[in-house]
Design a protein around this ligand. Structure first.
Ligand SMILES: NC(=O)c1ccc[n+]([C@@H]2O[C@H](COP(=O)([O-])OP(=O)(O)OC[C@H]3O[C@@H](n4cnc5c(N)ncnc54)[C@H](OP(=O)(O)O)[C@@H]3O)[C@@H](O)[C@H]2O)c1
Length: 260
């Protein structure tokens, strides 16, 4: 799709549910056309119908980002489409001790959260640089601020995302391309069920809606923030996680952030 409107075009991965769907709504409300991508087509059809009521042009491009070459296949389907805003949101986790989680599950997490996200960014950045205009949002997590026992690969993947995003934001200063790392805390989506766990007490108490995360995320993108942590409680937790001694914070994280 070459957007026939003058509206900027946003590609949202993981747009079939949760934070991705909410970010797509927020972008449509703020005058963007959209390309929605995920594996499940049906929820994206429903979302597309809703977004068209905001006047947005919407295209659905299904893709499996866990498949090797999945990101390249998605880019190929986009053809000459100029993407102004890339929202790298698709992601998943696995709850439980490292040794008990199937290696294939860890591969899937690394493929979607790290490999596909990096490949999509790499593929779409040159066009943005040539146009001297663009925004890349990388959805990380408050889990990126501390190694997380019982969610070890997931938290490590989110640390990778935040480091990648912060480095790119610095590299790309003055190019017209902005990079924003969005770090939600516990959010009420399908995430916990898919990760094979239920939210812990601490997570339940501070659970945010996907709509609220998306509003905060859009505001961060709009003001050109480098890192947006969703909500002040999560900002305090991120600060403590970043600065506290690991001898204290790791056992705390083990008790409060994921179950064994
Ligand atoms: N919920 C939280 O507490 C929380 C906190 C911090 C960060 N996050 C991050 O927020 C992002 C969105 O998660 P969410 O909470 O909204 O969870 P969610 O409701 O489970 O959404 C995950 C999205 O990723 C897509 N996805 C998963 N595997 C995929 C694959 N192989 N290929 C393509 N798309 C795939 C899913 O679509 P299909 O299944 O249709 O493919 C879905 O649209 C993730 O990166 C997550 O790590 C979530």
């Amino acid at each position: 799709m070459q957007s026939s409107s003058n509206r900027p075009l946003a590609l949202v991965t993981g747009a079939s549910s949760g934070i991705g769907a909410a970010l797509a709504r927020e972008l449509a409300r703020h005058g963007h056309d959209l390309v929605l991508s995920a594996r499940r087509r049906e929820p994206m059809e429903t979302l597309a119908a809703e977004l068209r009521r905001f006047g947005a042009e919407v295209r659905i491009v299904p893709a499996d980002l866990a498949a090797p070459g999945g990101a390249a296949a998605l880019v190929a389907k986009l053809g000459e489409t100029a993407v102004d805003v890339l929202i790298n949101n698709a992601g998943l986790g696995a709850n439980g001790p490292f040794a008990r989680i199937a290696a294939a599950r860890h591969d899937e997490i690394m493929q979607v959260n790290i490999v596909a996200l990096t490949e999509l960014t790499q593929a779409l950045l040159p066009g943005m640089l040539a146009r001297r205009r663009g925004t890349i949002v990388l959805v990380s997590s408050t889990a990126s601020f501390l190694p997380c026992p019982n969610m070890a690969v997931y938290a490590a993947s989110k640390a990778y995302i935040r480091h990648l995003g912060e480095a790119l934001a610095q590299e790309l200063k003055g190019t017209g391309v902005a990079v924003n790392v969005l770090c939600p805390g516990a959010t009420a989506t399908e995430f916990f069920a898919i990760a094979g766990g239920v939210p812990t007490g601490l997570q339940k108490n501070r659970m945010m809606s996907a709509d609220k995360v998306a509003r905060i995320g859009y505001a961060g993108l709009a003001r050109g923030a480098r890192v947006t942590v969703a909500g002040w409680i999560n900002r305090v937790l991120a600060f403590v996680a970043s600065h506290g001694p690991h001898a204290v914070t790791l056992p705390l994280a083990q008790r409060t952030l994921a179950q064994d």
